[in-house]
Design a protein around this ligand. Structure first.
Ligand SMILES: *Cc1c(COP(=O)(O)O)cnc(C)c1O
Length: 369
């Protein structure tokens, strides 16, 4: 049996008629940039998410950069974020001229450890960017409470967590601004690059929109220099179709994760993911911690099971951040996990049979009955 890591073609086949017709409409209307499909998606996403304002942008990396710039963050500032994340979260901080300040992760939930944030706050700190990594909500109420006490902005990186919830409230609606990625492999993915930013703050929204649109809110009236970052019409039309299914897909992922958890529970060499109390974890990634990780990975690949690592090296130990002079001991949890974590196949269309097969191979590897 073959088990891919994700299967975007299976998802397409289930929605083929609607997607094909959405693409044909955009072409018929030549609404490639801007236009009604983008406006419709921005309106729908804002409504479904409960944001007053939502802006489509080029990708999830731009979304973070635009939010940081619109909040006035730049040279001489510090922004606190987490050591284990995709590099977009940190490189965009540096791109503004500010310095990323990394915090270790929680041992159980793989997200920024809120207990370790305050010791990193200085008089240069301007914002915190928590990431709802793997689709698991970060300890967001506590993070926002710390931020409010120290007068800091909170940018929630929701690239892996569309419609995840904490205390029955959608992630992204706790802080000042939320950023999303619609990269094809994300829980809500386009057929190319795409991103979005949500907020309830009108002034911030207009600043973000202006910066993302060449510094102009009116054509040929450039108040500042900006960038060009937009969600295109084809992606918006596809996302409009897929938005109707995201909650159902998240439920399916959650169900698959619970089945993996149950079937893997009696293998001593495997630690399965825990869900934070009162959280709805949407399992963008199903991450386990295992002994002899690299050997297991090879064994699974040989058996046609695609796996991945999120991420093989925490950011502060990457060459890109050598200027910060970090050592593994600065991030004891993150640095010790990087040789143990392994992401198993996870997508809504995954079958029980496939999950059983993956688990049977893991059991075989550890000589488990
Ligand atoms: C994917 C991702 C991004 C960036 O999104 P792109 O659309 O690929 O630019 C940012 N942060 C996190 C945590 C991500 O997983």
């Amino acid at each position: 049996m073959k088990v891919p890591f994700v299967d975007l073609y299976a998802q397409y086949l289930n929605l083929k008629e609607q997607i094909d017709s959405a693409i044909a409409s955009v072409i018929r209307d030549t609404a490639f940039i801007g236009g009604k499909y983008v406006e419709e998606f921005e309106k729908n996403y804002a409504q479904r998410y409960g944001f007053k304002y939502f802006l489509g942008v080029g990708n999830g990396t731009d979304a973070i950069f635009i939010a940081l710039r619109a909040l006035g963050i730049g040279q001489g500032d510090e922004v606190i974020t987490v050591c284990n994340t995709w590099i977009s979260t940190a490189e965009t901080i540096s791109l503004t001229g500010a310095t990323p300040v990394f915090v270790d992760i929680e041992p159980d939930y793989y997200n920024i450890n809120a207990e370790l944030i305050e010791e990193k706050i200085t008089d240069k700190t301007k914002a915190i960017i928590p990431v709802h990594l793997y689709g698991q909500p970060a300890n967001i109420e506590k993070i926002v409470e710390i931020a409010r006490r120290h007068n800091l902005y909170v940018i929630e990186d929701c690239a892996q967590a569309h419609f995840a919830k904490f205390n029955d409230k959608l992630v992204g609606t706790f802080g000042d601004v939320a950023t999303f990625s619609f990269y094809p492999g994300k829980n809500l993915g386009a057929y190319g690059d795409g991103g979005g930013i949500g907020t309830n703050d009108e002034e911030l929204f207009l600043k973000m929109k202006m910066f993302a649109r060449h510094g102009a809110l009116k054509k040929h009236h450039h108040i500042i220099e900006g960038i060009n970052s937009r969600l295109d019409g084809l992606q918006a039309a596809i996302l409009n179709v897929k938005l109707n299914y995201i909650e159902q897909w998240n439920q399916q992922r959650y169900k698959h994760a619970m089945l993996y958890n149950e079937l893997l529970s009696d293998i001593d060499e495997v630690v399965t993911p825990k869900v934070r109390p009162n959280a709805f974890h949407i399992f963008h990634v199903y991450e386990i911690r295992v002994q002899r990780r690299d050997e297991l990975m090879e064994f699974l690949k040989k058996n046609d099971i695609a796996v991945a690592i999120h991420y093989p090296k925490i950011l502060p130990l990457q060459p890109a951040y050598s200027r910060l002079n970090h050592v593994p001991e600065d991030f004891p949890v993150g640095s010790s996990y990087q040789s143990k974590i392994l992401s198993l196949p996870m997508y809504p269309e995954l079958s029980e049979e496939q999950i059983n097969y993956v688990v049977s191979k893991i059991k075989q590897f550890y000589n488990h009955k």
